[in-house]
Design a protein around this ligand. Structure first.
Ligand SMILES: Cc1cc2nc3c(=O)[nH]c(=O)nc-3n(C[C@H](O)[C@H](O)[C@H](O)COP(=O)(O)OP(=O)(O)OC[C@H]3O[C@@H](n4cnc5c(N)ncnc54)[C@H](O)[C@@H]3O)c2cc1C
Length: 484
């Protein structure tokens, strides 16, 4: 390969140590292909810094030699943002895995300060150890990193109560594309001193700089939980059940997930150890969780009562409240197995859209009709963080049909266009929690209002004038006039 200038690798090694440079093909494999196996691109080296200073020096060297940088955390992202483009020129992947220190835990301030490479589950455990709670939770939590969570503004299953990753960060440290370090590791809940710079980097998918540290909010531990699995005959009934539970439980309602029957079947087919929590022939299911940081001993009963009332009103067909932690964990296992099942299934196109929650049923109905009228082979499957209006709208195609397509990527783009056009009609977004990455840059140009798109190009041009920070992700290179 050897696309870097002679001697440059040695200079990188002088910064991160010889054991912090990976170049052997077998060592690069896990870094150059994304989790869904949809995107792959060549890199010249994976660099593993140990400190913010290492990152800053690496970035300065890259800027000097115009080497593109692909920031990478756990490489579990869903839009190809964490791997190089297929036609990427000289580049290095800067992987934060070795920046895994918990820097400080301030119990009285209710914050934890961490390196960006700390794995999400480690943050959860560190918080729990001192009797506090870090609420971000998602299927990849055993390997995704805080830096990646913030860079994708990850959502997950607790957004309803606690918000998404952006809501958890009150401080940030970022290495800018010229190698300067922006130290925003403040532990303040109030700071109205001008623009909220940290928000620029959250959700930027590594295109504006490398996040190296974060100050995160901690909460009271939920000491009591009630988890239920319920059968529902329609999405409209599911939304009404959500309203009913919101009215009854307010902020105790921490999760409200919808899983269609077809999705449950895929999970059971592809991921061992998943049972059907409510055997029977139902259209879809709700996974509901209430939690409270005050032990009342009454949560199970209260949830049972609310679900019984939903059954009486004809909103639910059946429901079961988990009788033990293991029982609740079995319900959650089904939900957390969804991504793995869909990856194993193969030819599914996942559209991660959001519309106002009240419009989810009408959106799904219209999008299903629109897709099936144009793509007769498509089977539609939905799974939804319904409490947030976030629908994973999957279109699945028979493998033999897919394999004979002349241009599968063109076909996928046609399907996307139909789904996203309908989401837009419903005042929705084409990317709710998975970001834009390299897969949806054309969609950003199509659906983002012109003024917003121009502002994004201006910000990118200002912070990264050389265009070395994760090029080709989120924004395609500026066209003449974008910066005005
Ligand atoms: C099984 C599974 C379930 C998932 N469930 C959910 C879910 O429910 N909700 C949800 O929102 N997402 C979900 N995801 C996707 C989720 O976005 C990622 O898992 C996670 O947030 C990304 O973290 P990561 O460390 O793997 O980042 P990566 O995949 O390595 O990177 C993601 C993006 O962030 C950038 N990046 C990474 N680290 C940094 C950094 N330190 N500084 C700057 N840029 C950086 C990369 O360049 C890339 O653009 C799921 C993924 C899997 C595999």
């Amino acid at each position: 390969m050897a696309r870097l200038l002679p001697g440059l690798v040695e200079q990188f090694a002088a910064i991160v140590g010889a054991d912090g440079v990976r170049q052997a093909p077998e060592d690069l494999r896990a870094h150059v292909t994304d989790w869904r196996l949809r995107y792959t691109g060549p890199t010249d080296a994976v660099l593993l810094p140990r400190s913010t200073e290492d990152v800053a020096r690496v970035v300065r060297l890259c800027a000097e030699h115009r080497i593109a940088i692909v920031p990478q955390g756990g490489n579990t992202g869903q839009s190809g943002g964490s791997v190089p483009l297929a036609d990427q020129g000289p580049n290095v992947i800067v992987n934060l895995t070795r920046m895994n220190r918990i820097r400080a835990l301030d119990r009285d301030n209710g914050t934890i300060s961490v390196d960006a490479g700390v794995v999400l589950q480690t943050v959860q455990a560190a918080a729990a150890e001192c009797g506090r709670f870090f609420p971000l939770t998602l299927g990849a939590e055993g390997s995704c990193q805080i830096g990646g969570n913030l860079s994708t503004n990850a959502g997950g299953t607790n957004v309803l109560r606690y918000g998404n990753a952006r809501d958890q960060a009150i401080g940030l440290e970022v290495v800018l594309p010229d190698g300067q370090v922006w130290d925003g590791m403040r532990k303040l809940r109030k700071d109205n001193t001008g623009y909220d710079l940290k928000s620029l980097f959250i959700g930027a998918e590594g295109t504006l700089g490398i996040i190296t540290g974060a100050v995160l909010k901690l909460y009271a531990c939920p000491v009591e939980r009630a988890v239920a699995w319920a059968a529902v005959s329609s999405l409209a009934a599911a939304v009404q059940t959500l309203t009913l539970l919101r009215d009854s439980f307010e902020s105790r309602l921490s999760a409200f997930e919808y899983i269609s029957r077809a999705q449950l079947q895929l999970v059971r087919q592809h991921v061992p150890g998943n049972a059907d929590p409510l055997p029977g022939d139902y259209e879809g299911y709700l996974l509901v969780e209430l939690s409270d940081s005050v032990a009342t001993g009454a949560l199970d009963e209260m949830l049972q009562g609310a679900l019984a009332s939903a059954i009486e009103r004809g909103l639910l067909e059946n429901a079961v409240v988990a009788a033990s932690h293991a029982h609740a964990a079995a319900f959650w296992k089904v939900r957390h197995s969804v991504s793995e099942a869909n990856r194993a299934h193969g030819m599914s196109l996942n559209h991660d859209v959001a519309v106002p929650t009240s419009l989810v049923p009408a959106f799904v109905e219209r999008a299903t009709a629109a897709v099936q009228s144009r793509f007769a082979q498509a089977e539609i499957i939905t799974v939804s963080h319904l409490g947030d209006g976030n629908v994973h709208f999957l279109t699945i195609f028979p493998r033999p049909f897919w394999e004979q397509l002349e241009s599968p990527s063109g076909y996928a783009a046609d399907v996307r266009r139909v789904v996203f056009d309908v989401a837009t009609e419903f005042d929705g977004t084409f990317s709710a929690e998975h970001g834009v990455g390299q897969g949806l840059t054309a969609e950003l140009e199509r659906y983002k209002p012109a003024v917003g798109l121009r502002l994004m190009h201006q910000v990118k041009g200002l912070l990264d004038p050389l265009g070395i920070m994760n090029p080709g992700k989120v924004l395609r290179p500026s066209r003449a006039g974008d910066e005005r």
